[in-house]
Design a protein around this ligand. Sequence first.
Ligand SMILES: CC(C)(COP(=O)(O)OP(=O)(O)OC[C@H]1O[C@@H](n2cnc3c(N)ncnc32)[C@H](O)[C@@H]1OP(=O)(O)O)[C@@H](O)C(=O)NCCC(=O)NCCS
Length: 181
Amino acid sequence: MSDQPWQIRPERANDAPRVEHLNAISFGPGRYAKSAYRLREGVDPVPGLSFVAVDGEDILGSIRFWPVAIGMERSLLLGPLAVKPELRSRGIGIALMKHAVETARAEGYPSIILIGDEPYYVRVGFARLAPGRVRFPGPVDQARVLGLSLAQHNVMLTLKGEVRRPHVDHPVCACGADVAR
Ligand SMILES: CC(C)(COP(=O)(O)OP(=O)(O)OC[C@H]1O[C@@H](n2cnc3c(N)ncnc32)[C@H](O)[C@@H]1OP(=O)(O)O)[C@@H](O)C(=O)NCCC(=O)NCCS
């Protein structure tokens, strides 16, 4: 049995206001101007890949993923990932990521990308992508564009193109075969 005082469980509908609050205090109002947020506008997070770390009713941390298409390939955009400021450096962030990454792998997603600090995400296997291969809408520091292959072959070697929002209302496009402008 785990000796941690917290557990990870899927996010529920009524968690949303508290998760939004956690993201607001973790990222501030400037978060809406970031490139990653443009890919979330008008699109719901991937069902089944949003998790919270909880201690009873208290939400300590949260992770969500958004569906994206890169060129003609489907992928996942990791984030937001946030942990309550007073509970950081206790392993909650890494535990949330490991749990979500293994769920995504089991569900057959080929890859995950994100914009973030390499020294942190390398702990769960992310690596910097070759500059210019995966292009986000808006300005992005290339050194912060990271990826993780979930497939048996290294998808990151071939992943290339613009990162876009898939049409979530179109079953074919939801798999990344077509993308929104
Ligand atoms: C980033 C965040 C989710 C980490 O959560 P956490 O629960 O504190 O992370 P963990 O306890 O699993 O890991 C902590 C370790 O990672 C390191 N770490 C945390 N953020 C880091 C970063 N940005 N770069 C490098 N290392 C980092 C810590 O120093 C700590 O190192 P240690 O184990 O050697 O002491 C949390 O700090 C947070 O919510 N930050 C604000 C929102 C944010 O920046 N999210 C990530 C977007 S890129």
